[in-house]
Design a protein around this ligand. Structure first.
Ligand SMILES: [Zn+2]
Length: 273
């Protein structure tokens, strides 16, 4: 089910491509069952986090921008994707309505539906009218020699390459929709900031993996390429959002919703709206 939010004149529809279940203490190696105790509302009975593959449709004036495309139709271990196209249809969004696809980073759970295989197993661009955008640092990283743990979707890159147009920090994707550089999870990782009137919303991809990191500021996600850089970016974004009333979300936050960054008892935390 899609959730719809408004930021001034801009409408944001939040949908999901599926989800994965990840053990809290494994995803955050610095954590223990004891240090998870104050945050156990985020875990199921067996200590697993649910990570949805959240995608955001932003309508600004005549423009329609899709942020991230989820895992795509893949089932592997606890990873289950492939819901995006049905979710978009339910929300009244047709593939040819999308004029821009912005991918926060090129991990397989963010670019998985950017191109899909048809009935003859031929890979086809999913959003026929869209320009596909991510940062030039991200493009350089995935075009080069990768560490072995990175799974590259070369088939998807090849399919969308003719439509790729660099969008680096500060670039405008549509009126009031700007690229927000937050590297560290991957070298060219970037989110988006939506601004209209007095409203503001942060959409941070995997810049922050889980709301718990706003409180437990030394918990780095297992997937971060440069944990110190990722932590610095999280701190900067959280400081900017804290107490400002800005909406704040990331790709794997629970509940397909935005929240606000607040402070209580000397600790920062994320409160879903
Ligand atoms: Zn991810």
């Amino acid at each position: 089910m899609a959730n719809v939010f408004r930021v001034g004149e801009i409408e944001i529809t939040v949908v999901s491509d599926g989800e994965a279940k990840l053990k809290g203490t494994e995803y955050f190696p610095a954590s223990t069952p004891e240090t998870w105790a104050p945050h156990k509302a985020l875990l199921d009975d067996e200590g697993y986090l649910t990570f949805p593959f959240t995608c955001f449709v932003i309508r600004s004036g005549e423009r329609t921008v899709l942020i991230d495309t989820g895992l795509g139709p893949l089932k592997s271990g606890t990873y289950r994707g492939g819901d995006l196209m049905g979710e978009l249809a339910s929300a009244g969004v047709r593939p040819d309505d999308i004029d821009t696809v912005f991918i926060t980073h090129l991990h397989a759970d963010h670019c998985g539906s950017a191109a899909l295989r048809d009935d003859d197993k031929q890979i086809q661009i999913t959003f026929p009218n869209a320009t596909y955008r991510w940062t030039s640092a991200e493009q350089a990283y995935w075009s080069g020699e990768l560490p072995p743990q990175q799974i590259a979707r070369r088939d998807i890159f090849a399919a969308v390459a003719p439509r790729w147009n660099a969008a680096d920090g500060g670039a405008s994707l549509a009126p009031g929709v700007d690229v927000y550089s937050i590297p560290g999870h991957t070298p060219g990782h970037a989110g988006v900031v939506v601004s209209s009137g007095t409203g503001r919303a942060f959409i941070l991809g995997d810049g922050v993996s889980c709301p718990v990191q706003l409180t437990e500021t030394d918990w780095s996600g297992a997937g971060d390429v440069d944990p110190a850089l990722a932590r610095a970016g999280q701190e900067a974004a959280a400081r900017e959002a804290e107490g400002s009333g800005a909406l704040f979300a990331a790709a794997h936050f629970p509940g397909l919703t935005f929240g606000r960054v607040l402070r209580g008892n000397g600790k920062r935390y994320w409160s879903p709206v």
